[in-house]
Design a protein around this ligand. Structure first.
Ligand code: HEM
Length: 182
């Protein structure tokens, strides 16, 4: 009975982690595409940017428990590194919101298409681009601070399963004994 409960919990845990990975990897790939406006053109850039906004909301809902305990954890965080990590995650979120809001304000395709007038103000364009720079900088710091966790997760969910699968496929050579060959 207890084994079944543990296995069930484990299974639920795995699928939650997988879901988080799928959303994170998809967001990263779409982000890389959105960064390349000459490749996508402005209309695709804007719609994908809006999709990232939706993805961020999903991401926030998935990490709701983390956000709910943010202040509490920040106060009780013992190390400087942990506090820095929390502040950086908060700043990263603000920078993302800033990119998307300023993008909506200067939109040339998506927002005018739904009949809402947008602005060509230099300030909003500046905010859009500065926020992008901040996101890149904060992401680099975020990755550096969480590097050990990233390496561990890649090892646990990617490298080890691949190794386990390939070792299962490798046939084992069984040499005939001296009795069999004579
Ligand atoms: C995470 C999301 C986004 C990222 C990373 C991003 C990034 C960028 C970058 C790097 C540029 C400069 C392109 C260049 O000069 O070659 C740009 C321009 C632009 N973005 Fe975004 N963007 C995002 C979301 C959005 C959204 C949601 C909209 C509107 C709905 C938008 C509208 C625009 C517009 C209109 C420009 C052209 C500004 C101009 O040069 O006139 N962006 N964006």
């Amino acid at each position: 009975m207890s084994t079944r409960t543990t296995t069930g919990a484990k299974r639920r845990g795995m699928s939650r982690t997988r879901k988080l990975w799928v959303v994170d990897v998809t967001l990263t790939l779409v982000f890389l595409l959105v960064m390349n406006v000459p490749l996508t053109g402005i209309a695709i850039h804007e719609w994908l940017g809006i999709a990232i906004g939706v993805g961020l909301i999903v991401h926030l809902v998935q990490h709701g428990d983390w956000l709910a305990t943010f202040t509490q954890r920040f106060r009780s965080a013992t190390s400087f590194r942990n506090r820095l990590n929390y502040v950086m995650t908060g700043l990263l979120f603000i920078a993302f919101v800033s990119i998307i809001l300023s993008g909506l304000v200067i939109s040339e395709a998506a927002i005018p298409w739904i009949g809402i007038a947008t602005s060509s103000s230099v300030f909003w364009l500046w905010l859009h681009l500065v926020s992008v720079d901040f996101v890149l900088l904060l992401t680099a710091l975020h990755i550096a601070l969480n590097w050990k966790w990233i390496v561990k997760s890649v090892d646990r969910y990617i490298t080890k399963p691949i190794r386990a699968r390939s070792s299962r496929r490798t046939p084992t050579l069984v040499y005939p004994s001296a009795k069999e060959t004579s």
